[in-house]
Unconditional design. Structure first.
Length: 416
């Protein structure tokens, strides 16, 4: 068994020092985040060091090997020793010796009344369906994805992301609705921020899969659909693109260079790169014209640069990407630069179909073991997933029948 196995099996680890008999109950997910790599429990024994003080002195055998591990199961009422293990010691390989590790396999109930929660205790208050919380199913899937990738060595980042696209994009008072989650278990950090969803399209009587600003009704993975697709993703490389200049103040202009984090999907969202799905700041330039500025590093061969009005559409809709406020985008992009991590977006196609069937049958979602934000479900009636196999031929025919007009360069700014 490995540390990741213990985490995925909803287990905890008891660390027992056979010299001073002190024990510590640890969350394997926390340990995994600190190690930033998966290791076996036998290897874990060789990398701990007892930090216990016995009668005002440190453990007398803290620098010696303490034997093999005793493996047992956790009872629901443990009254053993106080938590005395220094997790910070895991960061320093040179300071680590041996402890015996007890793996609590929650998959077996022979010695336990209840399975220990898969959610760390510190994270529990953030789990729920209230404002600023993360739904249980979203967190479970996000954690499972993250620790799977950590165990396989694909991810070493101490943080992971999740998004609940069933929640409202903005609240009744006009404030943006938090539904994108940044979770760093090693640092016990949880943050919920706003994020935009895909706006979709209305094909003028042929097919209408457009979404409103507040709640998303339509989801899909088709090319050119501009829809959000739930599923499992990994963050990829970051691309920088020059958008143009805008007036930052009465005396100063600024340049807009927007960063874009590529998402690589798996399964039904494996075409994320082909769809150019990723994350970026919800900023763009409107009413763009060409201004003469031959000294600019971004000037074209004729000495012109694009100049427009900066629009912040945080809380608005995107072309299928995940968009954040400029400040949040800067922090997220810095977190994943050269250090990829996982992103889980809820709901997936199967979730959408199950909720739709339950709504049609008049069945309670909670009784059916399903989840959708109640406020948005009331607004949209029932959701719909548009698979690429059926939607892409429709889009291809529509684009053929309605070709886009030839692209024209922006006009010159007045006075140029």
């Amino acid at each position: 068994m490995t540390v990741a196995d213990a985490s995925e099996s909803r287990g905890f680890l008891w660390v027992l020092c056979k010299s001073c008999d002190q024990a510590s109950r640890l969350d394997p997910g926390h340990i995994l985040s600190l190690l930033r790599a998966d290791i076996s429990l036998n290897e874990t024994e060789r990398r701990f060091r007892c930090q216990t003080k016995v009668q005002s002195s440190k453990c007398r055998r803290r620098d010696r090997r303490l034997g093999t591990a005793w493996v047992g199961l956790e009872a629901d009422t443990y009254t053993g020793g106080q938590s005395v293990m220094s997790i910070k010691a895991l960061r320093y390989w040179i300071d680590i010796s041996l402890l015996a590790v007890v793996a609590l396999a929650a998959s077996s109930r022979s010695f336990a009344v209840d399975q220990p929660s898969d959610t760390p205790v510190w994270l529990s208050p953030y789990v729920g369906e209230g404002e600023g919380q993360i739904a249980q199913v979203v967190l479970q899937r996000a954690r499972a994805l993250y620790f799977q990738k950590v165990r396989s060595g694909v991810v070493r980042n101490p943080c992971y992301f999740a998004m609940d696209a069933t929640r409202p994009n903005d609240l009744s008072d006009g404030e943006l609705g938090p539904r994108f989650y940044i979770i760093c278990e090693s640092g016990r950090s949880f943050r919920a921020i706003s994020a935009g969803h895909g706006g979709g399209r209305d094909l003028q009587g042929i097919a209408d899969f457009a979404n409103g600003r507040r709640c998303a009704k339509n989801f899909g993975n088709a090319m050119d659909s501009r829809l959000t697709a739930g599923g499992t993703y990994l963050t990829g490389e970051t691309k920088m693109s020059f958008k143009g200049y805008y007036r930052a103040s009465s005396k100063e202009d600024a340049v807009l260079i927007r960063s874009f984090v590529q998402f690589d999907g798996e399964g039904e969202v494996a075409n994320a790169r082909q769809r150019e799905i990723g994350g970026h700041a919800a900023e763009l330039l409107q009413n763009v014209c060409l201004r003469k500025d031959p000294h600019s590093a971004y000037a074209d061969r004729d000495g012109y640069v694009p100049f427009g009005q900066l629009e912040d559409y945080a809380g608005g809709r995107s072309d299928g990407c995940t968009s954040w406020s400029a400040s949040d985008a800067g922090q997220i992009i810095a977190m994943v630069k050269d250090d990829p991590t996982t992103l889980y977006i809820y709901p997936e196609a199967a979730d959408i179909d199950a909720v739709t069937q339950a709504v049609r049958a008049g069945e309670s979602l909670s009784r059916a073991g399903l989840y959708w934000n109640a406020s948005c479900l009331k607004e949209i009636g029932s959701p719909k997933f548009w698979p690429k196999e059926t939607l892409e031929p429709v889009l291809a025919q529509y684009n053929k029948d309605h070709p886009a007009p030839p692209e024209r360069p922006p006009p010159h700014c007045k006075g140029q």
